[in-house]
Design a protein around this ligand. Sequence first.
Ligand code: FDA
Length: 583
Amino acid sequence: GTGIVTTDVLIVGSGPAGSSASLFLSNQGIPNIMITKYRWTANTPRAHITNQRTMEVLRDAGIEDQVLAEATPHELMGDTVYCESLAGEEIGRRPTWGTRPDRRADYELASASMPCDIPQTLLEPIMVKNAAMRGTQVQFSTEYLSHTQDADGVSVQVLNRLTGHEYTIRAKYLIGADGARSKVAADIDLPMEGLMDIGGSMNITFKADLTPLVQHRPSVLYWVFNPGSNIGGLGAGLIRMVRPWNEWLICWGFDINGEPPVLDKDEAIRIIRNLVGVADLDVEILGYSLWGNNEQWATHLQKGRVFCAGDAIHKHPPSHGLGSNTSIQDSYNLAWKLAAVIKGQAGPELLETYSTERAPVAKQIVNRANQSSRDYKPIFDALGVTDAITDQEFTEKLQLRKENSPEGANRRTALRAALDAKDYEFNAQGTEIGQFYESTAVVSDGGERPALTEDELLHHQKSTFPGLRLPHAWLGNAKSKYSTHDIAKGTGFTIFTGITGEAWADAAARVADRLGVELKAVVIGEGREVQDLYGDWLRQREIEEDGVILVRPDKHIGWRAHAMVQDPETALSAVLSEILSID
Ligand code: FDA
């Protein structure tokens, strides 16, 4: 042989961005190789809160049930607690992640998939395993070194870290999903805005049975307000559930402008016992590390045949749980476009829409995650501890909220308002599933996006306006029930129409044939295979029965027509050609 390995797509990294990209590409039948530097996947729990949009994506990829089997379920996620220490006095509680009864309805109405909590150590192996079963060549202990690209492909130099052997992988496209210190992003000189290392944090993972302190207020996050909790870190001290209720991760801050703290086993135990509030707590330390908070995003995500996804393009603190979620959603956006181009169904210009659509998301979620950290300040202000200098002063002032005085009463009102305002981090369904795309892969229906009637961060806009996510509605027939998201398969395009719109379905079959694209037609109506059993679709579709909604493989609306047109075949063909950048 030539010593050169060839594939269609080479993915660097097996984290959430990389492993999901390989899974999605394998689902599309695209040959791909995924390399990763280490002998296995993530070795610390890292990201965990998995939002509805990600669960929809994983459902589409056929692994939602496997994820739920290992996840902490939705009902245990949500009594977010604010306290002086876990065993100490409580400051307040707020049901979160859609567990508060009024918000639960919003979450259930928006999606067939509810949020869950799965540590990265468990999620990555599920994605890697399924990718490998479906065709991905996984190469562990293999490091990306460098690449060169030309008109036909990318030649990537890699190192087998076991044998010391260097070799070349020749791919049509390269995805750098190699994390916050991405070498691929550096090698293609992606333009970045914002700053790295703006705050100091430490993670301590440990085992301890905390059941008696938490089972009556089940949550994944317990926030601690005690001396030092307002320095660095995530905005307050954090005890995070990894596995209920015996495995945990503490996030504690330090001043990044001072000497880095000495973190050893004894210090880790001291911090744990302090935050838990049990002086002789029995703990088993699993690990600890220092890390820096970042607020940085890429403004362009591609150079020629090389793309970056995940933390390589958005670097931010874990507040709000956006890291892994956004990384998987990046890959979901990119994978169908690469597949369409590789299969010859789309022009290469389609690939530019990855940047157009995802770079604004990267910026938005980096800012949002950092704002979520900053939003702890009003809580410290309400408690009256913001300016406390010594630990003793902090502890004394923490008692002010209990005073029988007008000031005490004002403090209590301000405190509740500050705690409720954390909904922007913890009940922010709009941020989680409300992404909106504007690019050449979205074709206007000639109208304006409907005005928002609710806060766009807290609530998502249910609409079929082109660029928005397909609204979820339960459909089915006497024998089955499924979501609009279940019948619009991620491997192709789908149109939705009604009985008087049947001409769209005939047109779609001819267009699919002619363009060689997968285009499924769903005619919703009485006596048809797919019925609008609850009337949910009628209430959400925003078009006449004989209109049409075109859904892209990533379940965003590509186009819609409000009613039947003279020549549906020409109309559909023109729109698909525009979306797919076909001349
Ligand atoms: P990710 O960093 O997961 O993966 C990068 C991949 O690239 C790895 O597989 C690595 O081996 C590989 N790689 C890197 N360089 C390479 C090279 N030269 N050659 C080959 N492979 C290479 N988020 C959150 O929401 N809550 C949390 O509590 C935490 N906690 C946390 C702790 C720690 C220690 C870290 C590092 C991160 C977190 N995060 C987090 C962030 C979260 O983990 C992060 O957003 C996602 O993992 C990003 O996924 P990616 O796939 O983009 O990168």
